[in-house]
Design a protein around this ligand. Sequence first.
Ligand SMILES: [Zn+2]
Length: 523
Amino acid sequence: MEIHHRLLAESAEYREARAAIENATLEFLAADEVGRFPGVAYIPVVVHVVYNTDAQNVSEAQITSQIDVLNRDFRATNPDVSIVPPAFSSLVADSRVEFFLATTDPAGNPTTGITRTKTSVASFGSDDKVKRAATGGVDAWPTDKYLNIWVCQLSGGLLGYAQFPGGPAATDGVVCTHSGFGLGGTAKPPFHLGRTATHEVGHYLNLFHIWGDDGTGCGGTDEVADTPNQGGPNTGVPTFPRVTCNNGPNGDLFYDYMDYTDDALLVMFTRGQAARMEACLDGVRRSLAQTSPASRRRPAGSVVAWDTNRLDAFVLGTDRAMYHKWWNGSSWGPSVTGWESLGGICASPPTVVAWGPNRLDVFVIGTDSALYHKWWNGSSWGPSVTGWENMGGVCTSAPAVASWGPNRLDVFVTGTDSQLFHKWWNGSSWGPSLTGYEAMGGTIIGEPRVVAWGPNRLDVFVTGTNGALFHKWWNGSAWGPSLAGYESLGGVISSFREGDGQPAQQPVVPSQQQGTQMAAAQS
Ligand SMILES: [Zn+2]
């Protein structure tokens, strides 16, 4: 809001644009009809990571977890919406907006939707310097086609700020401090659930603070009819009901994303707020929304066959838990359209391998970037149906897994220093240890691929920072060309894995290898 008020004071042009947008919003709402398409608005996002220290160069997992939070929050599919008291639950709205990392850059080339820029600026303020290359940041992608989100170190405890529609094109978008962005990685409690971005994107789609931005008075309005009149912002963890401005008995709606409470309490938009955002996407931000998710990066899954006429498929649900279904030769289990929930809150697609009949091993990255494992032994899931074995690591890619023989597994992941890491199951124990990894060198983009064409043989393929394909192999007794070496196979890979083919500057920070617990509270 600080930015909004500065622009209003400084620019007559902005004042007029804002007045026109408010009038269009009122007209849209008064018409009481669905002006834009009745479905979901899909918004392409580019995340600009501007880092001064390597730790601030947040992982792809942290970024995609933020996109997923936005998608749950703007569709009201966030599980923690359940904390809203019955007195307010009828106000909860599905805003019908979804977000995806852009798959095409402004020049029409494939992209991960992420840019990474090293800066000499130790921290940024709300003065938009992060939005310009000339001032230590990075220029926006065309703001009429992309939602630009800058992630950097903000100063003075500022979590984020946004530009309302109607402002200058060059600075349009949202800024978040890295420690208040996404799940896991550098995100720190109590702003570790991705709600700063939800709040700022709310502003970006023309929502005001729920208390009306009049200090602590009762005269301000957020121009939304179904939000209670509220004194000032709420912070921390208030207790329901908190009555201000004679708004009893239910009091303030401090569960609303447009308040200032801790992330764990920010769980809803109201119907009135959803209507204002719809007006914005029908009007001033119309060029941003796509009507079909055609170019959206689809959630990946994994399928394996351990016998003739047998299939086991694993996917992630919208709650990021893993789901399983199987074909037993005559029918689908648990049913044609049903899924077995295997629990977890996953930050990567699952990878599954079968080293023998009626045996499955499933690997996934958790929200803390550690590797997790579960297995089917022919009669039950280990460690339990919804439980997972923590295998440590701080992974920046989905796992790649191969089995070259019965009771043998080899797992490969990319670490935070972009090196390849390896661990293996030899039939009785994990090497080098349950949570330890063997470093295998390289500076790689995206996830590795591994295949075993015979007993005691592995071939591993990775994409280098120059976009070329690199290869290494295990011949039964040694790694070729060496433990940390790679054979270059040339080319510039763009199809190895969807969206991961673009050469990009990669982080180089020491990889931590201690295990941490899967954050069950995160969702
Ligand atoms: Zn705000």
